[in-house]
Design a protein around this ligand. Structure first.
Ligand SMILES: [Cu+2]
Length: 440
C-alpha cells in the first residue's frame, strides 16, 4: 500500500476502488445465474438444418420424482445433404442433452438394439430411438434427445422442460452384476477405494516434492553449478539416491500388491467395451413426392423463409403438404387436418411456430401430378432460434423435411434442400421491429 497511499484519504479511495473492481467478479463467480437452456440456439444453423432431423418425439411424462422414470421415444433421419465440413456419422452415440447429470440414463436403444456403444449411422435413412431416464437432481430441466457424432459434436433433438421433484439424497441406482451380485447404489459404490488410491498417490507425490523443496533451492544450487570450485556433489547426495531408490521400490510394491488385493476382491472384471454396435436402419420408404426447390429466400425484415418448389407425386395415393420440419421447429400447415392431428397438445409450444406453414395451393396432389407452389414459413422463431444467422454462413444452404399426408392420413417424408438467398430490403417498409410493414 505504501506505493499508492500517500495520504489516509487516498488510501481509503484505493481500497474502495479495488473492492469495487473485484466485487462484480466475485458476484459472477459465486452467485451464478440460473441457466435456462444449454445453448442449443448457439449451434450453427447448418448443424441444425442438415444433420439429424428428429420427429415423432414423445415424452412419457413431464414430471417425475427423484428415482422416477421417463421414457423418451421418437425417430430421426440423417439428412443426405450433410455439411461437407462435418465428419460423417461413422461413430455416433445416442445420449440426452441435459444441464449436467440431472437424470441417469438407464436404458437406450436405436431400432431396438441396445445403444450402449457407438454405432455407424447411414445418411438419408431413418432410425427409431428410445431412452429411459431416471430423475436424479430435483429441478426444472430442459432435456433433449441427442446424438453425439465423432468429430461433429452433439446434434440435439427437440427440448422439453421436465420437472424432477424430491430430494437428491434419496437417489439410488441399484444394479445386479453379471456375477449375480446386487449393488444397492452405483452412485456411491466403490468410492472408498477411489478415495484411498487417489489419496495414497497424492501423499506419495507430496512426500517426494517436500523432500526436494525443504532444502534451499535456488542460490546454493546456482553457486554450486556456476562458481569455480563449487561442490556439485551436494546437488544430489547419496541420501537422496537412497531415498529415490526406496520410493521406486515402494511404488512398484504398492502397484503389485494393490493389483493382487483388487484382483482377489473382484476376481471377475470385464473391461469397458470399446467395440461398435451394428444397427440396421429402418426399412427404406421411397420418397412419394419429389421436391425441387426452384428458389428460396430468407426475408430478413419479414422474418420468413419463402420457397418456390415443384412437387411431383410419384405415388398411387394423393399427397397433401402438411408440415415443414427444420431445426426442431415444426411449421404445420393449419389447412391440413391430418397434419394438425399429429400435434400432441403437450408438445413444447416453443417448437410449434404459431403462424405455421403457408402454402399457396394446399389442395392434395393427385397421383402423377406435378405442381409448383409457394411455401412460406414466417415466424419470429427464425430470430429467436437464431436460425436467421444462416445468412452469415459461408454455406447458406437450407435443409429440412416436408411431411405429406394422403386422404387416409398416411404420411410420407421428403427431403427439401437448396441454396437460400437473403432478402434485406423490403418494398412494404417492413423491419424486424415492425414485421407487418406500413408506416411504423
Ligand atoms: Cu435445451
Amino acid at each position: 500500500m505504501r506505493t499508492f497511499c500517500f495520504r489516509k484519504s487516498s488510501c481509503v479511495r484505493v481500497i474502495l476502488s479495488a473492492a469495487a473492481a473485484i466485487m462484480p467478479i466475485g458476484i459472477l463467480t459465486f452467485v451464478p445465474d440460473a441457466a435456462l437452456a444449454h445453448g442449443e440456439r448457439n449451434q450453427e444453423p447448418f448443424l441444425r438444418m442438415r444433420t439429424a432431423h428428429f420427429y415423432d418425439v414423445k415424452w412419457s411424462t413431464n414430471e417425475i420424482p427423484v428415482n422416477g422414470e421417463i421414457v423418451v421415444t421418437g425417430k430421426f433421419r440423417l439428412f443426405p445433404i450433410w455439411p461437407v465440413n462435418l465428419p460423417l456419422p461413422e461413430a455416433a452415440f445416442l445420449g440426452n442433452g441435459t444441464p449436467g447429470p440431472v437424470l441417469a440414463r438407464t436404458e437406450s436403444y436405436i431400432n431396438g438394439v441396445p445403444a450402449i456403444q457407438s454405432t455407424k449411422l447411414e445418411l438419408n435413412r431413418d432410425y427409431e430411438f428410445k431412452t429411459v431416464l431416471k430423475g436424479r437432481v430435483p429441478g426444472h430441466h430442459h432435456v433433449h434427445p441427442m446424438i453425439n457424432v465423432m468429430g461433429a459434436g452433439p446434434l440435439l433433438g427437440p427440448g422439453n422442460w421436465l420437472t424432477v421433484t424430491g430430494n437428491e439424497s434419496d437417489f439410488k441406482l441399484p444394479i445386479k452384476t453379471l456375477s449375480g451380485e446386487t449393488i444397492d447404489n452405483l452412485e456411491t459404490w466403490g468410492l472408498g477405494r477411489v478415495f484411498f488410491w487417489h489419496g495414497l498417490w497424492v501423499a506419495i507425490a507430496i512426500v517426494w516434492l517436500v523432500w526436494w523443496l525443504r532444502r534451499p533451492l535456488l542460490l546454493p544450487r546456482f553457486r554450486a553449478l556456476t562458481e569455480k570450485g563449487g561442490d556439485q556433489s551436494q546437488l544430489v547426495t547419496s541420501t537422496d539416491r537412497l531415498f529415490g531408490a526406496g520410493l521406486l521400490v515402494a511404488t512398484i510394491l504398492i502397484v503389485f500388491f494393490g493389483f493382487q488385493a483388487t484382483d482377489t476382491a473382484y476376481p471377475r472384471t470385464v473391461p469397458l467395451q470399446g467395440s461398435r454396435a451394428t444397427v440396421e436402419p429402418l426399412s427404406e420408404v421411397p420418397e412419394q413426392v419429389k421436391v425441387v426447390v426452384n428458389k428460396s429466400n430468407y426475408d430478413v425484415p419479414g422474418r420468413s423463409l419463402r420457397m418456390n418448389v415443384t412437387l411431383t407425386n410419384n405415388g398411387s395415393t394423393s399427397a397433401q403438404l402438411g408440415e415443414f420440419l427444420t431445426s426442431n421447429q415444426r411449421f404445420i400447415n393449419h389447412e391440413v387436418s391430418q397434419a394438425m392431428a399429429t400435434v400432441d397438445p403437450n408438445y413444447p409450444k416453443e417448437l410449434l411456430p404459431p403462424n405455421g406453414l403457408k402454402v399457396s395451393d394446399s389442395r392434395p396432389l393427385k397421383p402423377g401430378e406435378t405442381k409448383t407452389v409457394d411455401i412460406e414459413a414466417a415466424d419470429a422463431a427464425w430470430e429467436t432460434e437464431r436460425l436467421s444467422s444462416l445468412i452469415n454462413d459461408p454455406d447458406n444452404t437450407l435443409g429440412g423435411l416436408l411431411f405429406f399426408y394422403d386422404e387416409h392420413g398416411k404420411r410420407t417424408i421428403s427431403n427439401v434442400s437448396g441454396p437460400m438467398v437473403p432478402v434485406f430490403t423490403d418494398p412494404d417498409n417492413r423491419t424486424a421491429e415492425n414485421p407487418k410493414g406500413g408506416p411504423g
